[in-house]
Write a protein that binds this ligand. Structure first.
Ligand SMILES: C[S@@+](CC[C@H](N)C(=O)[O-])C[C@H]1O[C@@H](n2cnc3c(N)ncnc32)[C@H](O)[C@@H]1O
Length: 258
């Protein structure tokens, strides 16, 4: 992609400059239950990649597990640390880019939740991510992550901004959220534009984000070529098999050392 560089990647994360608002819009859901269940029996260390404000990281720590949260946005990490400190949780927080980091330890589980994988906007980003993660898995360690299924995507244009939902902010004011999307087949990037209207004050704010789509065939080819063995793949949080129109591609994989 001609326009793709470090600045573009960083600018694409503007949604994460306001971690308090992020938490108001993103609450505990079925995906968190799924990942928490996965690591319940884990006796080793867990790494929560792109942990954001640490909603899941903190829940894992509360199970008495040894967990580390890693994120590239200092604003998100700062709030994560604050919330964990308030609850007296012992979690290591790392300010790193998941595409390229080096730690001198390995993990039994590495998780990347809430469609964090779709922030990796090119195939090279994805290869760098898989290569880096592989170096940080124990022999039988597993990587678990999900990406939305392109076949289940609703296509739109920026000409039509649709009402999505309303939330209450910290002052109990109603914020109406509208969005539009436009998908580019060439880059497999979906540009999502948000408009947030504060009903009490009339203040309107705009933001946008690009998200990458990867088909199951592409994903599995990439994982195999990066030396992974796919252990499970589910199409939704009820652990049902992937169907053509499943909402998610949820993958659990490990190192293929055969
Ligand atoms: C949708 S949020 C998910 C946050 C958290 N996992 C949750 O469940 O709420 C995506 C997160 O990915 C992080 N992120 C994006 N690119 C990253 C990268 N290259 N390395 C590490 N974190 C990244 C963002 O800063 C953001 O916190």
């Amino acid at each position: 992609m001609a326009f793709y560089n470090k600045t573009f990647y960083e600018k694409n994360l503007q949604e994460y400059l306001a971690p308090d608002s992020y938490d108001l819009e993103n609450k505990w859901a079925a995906d968190d239950d799924f990942y928490l269940e996965l690591v319940k029996g884990c006796e080793g260390e867990i790494l929560d990649i792109a942990c954001g404000t640490g909603r899941l990281t903190r829940a894992i720590a509360k199970l008495g597990k040894q967990v580390t949260g890693l994120d590239v946005m200092p604003q998100m990490l700062e709030r994560a640390k604050q919330l964990a400190d308030n609850e007296g949780l012992n979690i290591e927080w790392l300010h790193l880019d998941c595409r390229n980091f080096e730690l001198d330890k390995t993990f039994d589980w590495i998780l990347m939740t809430s469609h964090g994988f779709q922030h990796l906007l090119t195939e090279q980003d994805q290869i760098d991510f898989f290569t880096t993660i592989k170096k940080h898995l124990t022999k039988n360690g597993k990587l678990a992550f999900e990406t939305r299924n392109l076949n289940n995507k609703t296509y739109g244009t920026h000409k039509e901004m649709k009402y999505k939902r309303s939330i209450l902010n910290e002052k109990n004011e109603v914020i109406k959220i509208f969005l539009s999307t436009e998908y580019d087949e060439q880059t497999a990037l979906d540009q999502v534009k948000f408009k947030r209207v504060n009903e009490a004050t009339g203040v309107v704010s705009f933001s946008e984000i690009y998200l990458k789509y990867t088909t199951q065939v592409e994903l599995n080819r990439l994982l195999t070529s990066c030396g992974y063995e796919i252990v499970h793949q589910f199409g939704n949080w009820k652990k049902e098999a992937v169907q053509v129109n499943s909402p998610e591609l949820i993958t659990i994989c490990g190192k293929d050392d055969s």
